[in-house]
Design a protein around this ligand. Structure first.
Ligand code: OOG
Ligand code: NI
Length: 407
């Protein structure tokens, strides 16, 4: 019998395949991965507790990607492709509430079981444009956006069929798995198709994220993010290699030695100018460039309970005790008791995203402030809307952490 491929292996290979693609498209990403691995090797050599928040195998393979899409149909298709890889929609983020506001709502596709996360935690932050939000788009722009988006096909039928078979059977034979990976990876490649300049610029004057989604006829990975065990050290080493980083690390500040890391810290290098073809109003095609895609890196800490998160949102880390025992005793962070005895605690790593940091990541790479009219009507979007569009369960991150803690 020919070897078959299961969902865990497919997910791991998908992460590698996208990483290889992105490295050829955005070479500075490869530098980021190399420097992350150097930092991780150094931390592993220096600190006994280096693997407390995940094995070095997990952390070395760990990536998250970000994609941006336009319609409910596209979102439902993406859910099938990621579903084939054992990645399920988790969490609802409304970036329209951010400063500056971004006309998208988002979820993250990721494994939800601890064993699957340990094998390969690949996750993809996925944003969908809210075309009917009048604060961004007037009636005419909404209509034109819908027309443009409805006319495009992001994912070939063959890919979606393979995805459905994988989800149904839990396995694909080797050749089908190869085909799935080739088609899925190609779907997220930057397209050489010329961009209609007038249309793109019209959207860009409203929001550069809207232009990145609705101004082009395909989707692409916006960034890919390795995980690092010391993000401050990573930041210094990237700058000393001459890679210009955004001016800060998003999320909680660095903690003192021995103090627990919480949630998620992230930083990125600035979007680079990439050559893109543009079609001018007179029909001629010219090579120009766009700054849209970048590289990001992250350091993960313990997941906070709703109560811990409330304290963090109100007062930052100053609102939290500075020991694991303190966090656990006040039920502010998630730990499981180590079966090995003596009541030792094992932290449950934060597997999700932070809307404020996400907004910062979006904002740091916008080409302009954009234009909104706060007096106009917002479009209703919430977790229930998202679940209905997905046609599948939308996982609640807190429920997953609670279940794992066994409380
Ligand atoms: C997504 C930004 C959010 C993160 O790590 O918080 C994100 C995007 O730029 O499309 O990836
Ligand atoms: Ni990201």
């Amino acid at each position: 019998m020919a070897a078959t491929v299961g969902q865990t292996e497919l997910r791991a290979r998908f992460a590698v395949s996208l990483s290889t693609l992105y490295g050829t498209e955005v070479p500075a990403y490869t530098t980021l991965v190399e420097v992350s691995q150097e930092v991780n090797a150094d931390v592993l050599a220096q600190r006994d507790d280096a693997e407390r928040l995940g094995s070095i195998e997990r952390v070395t393979a760990e990536r998250h990607g970000a994609i941006r899409i336009g319609t409910p149909r596209e979102l439902a298709e993406v859910a099938r492709i990621f579903g084939a890889c054992g990645m399920y929609p988790t969490g609802f983020y409304d970036l329209r509430e951010a400063t500056p506001p971004i006309p998208v709502v988002s979820t993250a596709f990721r494994p939800v079981d601890r064993a699957e996360l340990a094998s390969n935690p690949f996750r993809v932050f996925t944003s969908i444009l809210v075309v009917d939000d009048r604060r961004f788009f007037d009636e005419r722009t909404e209509r034109e956006l819908r027309e443009f988006l409805d006319a495009r096909t992001l994912f070939p039928a063959e890919l979606l069929d393979l995805a459905d078979r994988m989800e149904r059977d839990g396995r694909l034979d080797g050749a089908d798995a190869d085909r799935f990976l080739a088609l899925a990876t190609a779907s997220f490649e930057l397209s050489p198709e010329p961009v209609d300049r007038a249309w793109y610029e019209r959207l860009e004057s409203i929001s550069s994220v809207a232009a990145d989604i609705g101004g082009v006829s395909s989707t692409h990975i916006n960034h890919l993010t390795p995980r690092v065990l010391d993000i401050d050290e990573l930041y210094r080493r990237m700058e000393s290699r001459g890679v210009e980083m955004i001016d800060r690390i998003q999320g909680p500040p660095r903690t003192a030695d021995g103090q627990p890391d919480v949630l998620l810290r992230q930083t990125s290098f600035r979007a680079l100018a990439e050559p893109r073809a543009f079609r001018e109003p007179d029909g001629s095609v010219h090579e120009s460039s766009l700054r849209v895609r970048f590289g990001e890196v992250e350091q993960r800490g313990v997941a906070l309970t709703p109560k811990g998160r409330e304290a963090y949102d109100a007062h930052g880390v100053a609102g939290l005790p500075d020991t694991e025992e303190g966090l656990d005793a006040a039920d502010l962070a998630y730990y499981v008791r180590d079966g090995g005895g003596r009541g030792a605690l094992v932290p449950i790593v934060y597997e999700d995203f932070l809307p404020r940091s996400a907004a910062g990541i979006f904002a740091s790479n916008l080409t302009g402030e954009g234009r909104t009219d706060a007096s106009q009507r917002a479009a209703a979007r919430d977790a229930v809307w998202l679940r209905d569009v997905l046609g599948r369960e939308l996982h609640d991150p807190y429920a997953l952490y609670e279940a794992e803690r066994g409380s």
